[in-house]
Write a protein that binds this ligand. Structure first.
Ligand SMILES: Nc1ncnc2c1ncn2[C@@H]1O[C@H](COP(=O)(O)OP(=O)(O)OP(=O)(O)O)[C@@H](O)[C@H]1O
Ligand SMILES: [Mg+2]
Length: 399
């Protein structure tokens, strides 16, 4: 059984009377990789700072092992943080950057004559050496001890920051968009590196990102946030396959979201047609949001289709074509490895497990229609449309 380490109970946070976090209830298990995912300003960093002890919630409780920690300062929590700007010491070498946390010593509380007092516990030099070298090995920087940090690449500096945060063996590591400054390739490498380190050390990682792919790739648990509220908590598979509302469906991957009516268990109607689905437990004739993922739609000849539409735009994406199809004025995104030219009439087939039903929410009607996406491509596909730069031979950024 997973052991619970930290719990936020009804945590609210307001700055100058403005609510930023709205009743956050969340727990974090031992050795778990949990990601807070959401758009800019949704309250991810604020949540992390409350856990780290840099902020005290306006109301609610922060519990570590069931003990209230609201007012306990950061250095007395068994938590370390890697910030987006990792602030290494440029005048120290790699070894000393990592050793820093160990040299300042650990603060311990001790009872002296019936009173709780703080004491710094210093480690012997040989132990510091061993622990730093062990950490450098874990982050694949063995042999870099004497390098100046200014001579390292972005990814190497990031790993020094992680080694520094892990060297005093926190139970929990908080990471706030730690890879945001790296280029795509390096970010992908570091994602698997971080996951490996987390598993190898058996530490709880609480990771903040606004990048859904990163969250899906790394996490055991994803917490999707918007406007200071938790929208959904689940495994990457849960969140992707069973989004709770239109916001989650749209934020995690691409989704076509249509209005539908649930007739009875396993039967939904949209576009005036009934479809079999796998969902149940809705009210009879309940209006619902229907999610259809672009990669789940099968394109077939018109006469074999359950629905028929017209291709209005095609964009080559490497592995597949993003194909925009107009169904009676509502445009869908369909991803297919076959090329279907603009203007062609096609049919589509939806299997029951391609259809996901969600309750209506405040987000209904806001997402999931690819009309505007299509317009951009309509313009490009329009032979009378004149691009600003007509020089197709050029490299774009040349004068
Ligand atoms: N110290 C502060 N004083 C006033 N408002 C703040 C403060 N810190 C954060 N906020 C506000 O709280 C909201 C949530 O901020 P937060 O930094 O938690 O967002 P975030 O999800 O981390 O966003 P990003 O992805 O841009 O980092 C924002 O509207 C922000 O402006
Ligand atoms: Mg932030």
């Amino acid at each position: 059984m997973a052991k619970e380490l930290i719990r936020l109970v009804d945590c609210c946070m307001a700055f100058d009377g403005e609510a930023v976090l709205d009743h956050i209830n969340l727990y974090f298990n031992d050795s778990e990789f949990l990601t807070l995912l959401g758009p800019s300003g949704c309250g991810k960093t604020t949540t992390l700072r409350i856990i780290g002890g840099f902020l005290t919630p306006t109301s609610g409780e922060v519990l570590f092992d069931g003990v209230r920690m609201n007012d306990v300062p950061p250095h007395l929590r068994q938590v370390n943080t890697v910030f987006q700007r990792y602030a290494l010491f440029p005048h120290l070498n790699v070894f000393e950057n990592v050793a820093f946390g160990l040299r300042i010593g650990k603060t311990v509380m001790e009872e002296v004559k019936g009173k709780q007092v703080r004491r710094k516990e210093k480690l012997p030099e040989e132990e510091i050496r061993q622990r730093v070298l062990e950490m450098l090995e874990i982050v694949s920087l063995k042999g870099f001890e004497n390098r100046r940090v200014s001579e390292l690449s972005g990814g190497q500096q990031q790993r020094v920051a992680i080694a520094r945060a892990l060297v005093n063996r926190p139970k929990v590591l908080l990471l706030d968009e730690p890879l945001a400054a790296l280029d795509l390739r390096l970010r992908k490498d570091m994602q698997s590196e971080l996951k490996r380190i987390q598993q190898q050390m058996g530490i709880t990682f609480i990771y903040v990102t606004h990048d859904q792919e990163e969250a899906l790739a790394m996490s055991d648990t994803i917490v999707v946030m918007d406007q200071g509220k938790i929208q959904q908590i689940g495994t990457p598979e849960d969140i992707y396959n069973e989004p709770k509302n239109a916001f989650v469906a749209d934020f995690i991957g691409e989704s076509n979201i249509l209005d539908g009516v649930m007739h009875e268990d396993y039967v939904v109607e949209f576009f005036n047609r009934k479809f079999k689905c796998l969902d149940k437990g809705f009210q009879p004739m309940e209006p619902v949001d229907v999610v259809i993922r672009p990669e789940d739609v099968d394109i077939v000849p018109v006469e074999k289709g359950q629905l028929r539409g017209t291709v209005t735009a095609v964009t080559f994406k490497g592995v597949h074509y993003d194909t925009i199809v107009d169904f009676k004025g509502f445009k869908w995104l369909i991803q297919t490895t076959d090329y279907h030219e603009v203007g062609k009439e096609i049919g589509i087939v939806l299997n029951p497990d391609d259809i996901h039903i969600m309750h209506k929410s405040q987000y209904s009607g806001m997402f999931g229609d690819y009309s505007s996406y299509s317009e951009e491509y309509d313009e490009i596909n329009d032979p009378t449309y004149v691009e600003e730069d007509e020089d197709t031979e050029g490299r774009g950024d040349e004068e």
